[in-house]
Design a protein around this ligand. Sequence first.
Ligand code: AHZ
Length: 309
Amino acid sequence: YDKDTVSSILDRKANNQNGQKTVQDDQVNVNEDYMGNYRFAPIEEAQVSRAMIKRYFESMYERAISDVVIVGAGSAGLSCAYQLAKSAPHLKITILEAGVAPGGGAWLGGQLMTAMVVRKPADRFLTELGVPFDDEGNFVVVKHAALFTSTLLSKVLSFPNVTLFNATAVEDLIMRPDPLSNSQRIGGVVTNWTLVALNHMTQSCMDPNTITAPVVVSATGHDGPMGAFCAKRLVSSGVLKELGEMRALDMNRAEPAIVNGTREVQPGLIMTGMELSEYDGSNRMGPTFGAMMGSGIKAAHEALRILER
Ligand code: AHZ
């Protein structure tokens, strides 16, 4: 910073006769702080631990019974969380994300490039969030995918009814016989910290935990190290015969198929985003993100419909 500016402000402060607080006084404090006098309020190490532990375990206790669990905090899962939290502030919405960093594949566009392409009419969601974009006619471009994801994430986390547990993997589903559908109803999820989930082959018996909820929204993305988790579990548990498996890229077929196909695939389980392409055998769209937003919003409406039944 400019030392001349600082000293002229100090001079002005000294000349301030009436003792009233001025804008310049605030500026002087900031500058003085950063001239080697920056001091923190004192703290005990245990206070830091307790501040985190108390909140984390209170949240876990409270969210052991949730209204809606969203599995996966990618663009589809977060869009769903935003729409749901906004339309139904009374619902306890719990997001579980296996990764340390929520956001899934939406921190970048295609081939690790920064811009994010969104086909109309999904630009309406960007406008709702206040994310700026360039209008290119039939589609819009956000200058950096991270601008979309960080804005969406900050809005989702600001809703008092949303709790996010990151670094937490869904390891299984809770399933119960459903006399109404003569099938299995999903009644919640089985969880573990991701570092534990990744080590089941190296350590014996590290049992999981559970969260019950009348609605689970699965948004775990297409097949990958963890992706398409719930779709694959429906197959391995015998509820679904086989996966459709994601088909080759066709942007024009893929995006409407994902949005329009977003639905309750099993009683109590809604599927959204690219996980649905594995379930239904629909095309991938590559780096166009409007369908993730539209599908997430539709998943939120589906969740409300189930809860109102
Ligand atoms: O870490 C995963 C990611 O953040 C998380 N996840 C996966 N399995 C999980 C589990 N428990 C908890 N068992 C889990 N979390 O789910 C998130 C999925 O985000 P994503 O960005 O991969 O999926 P999406 O459907 O939201 O967005 C897909 C974006 C794509 S892929 C694609 C193409 O390949 O053509 N095109 C688009 C737009």
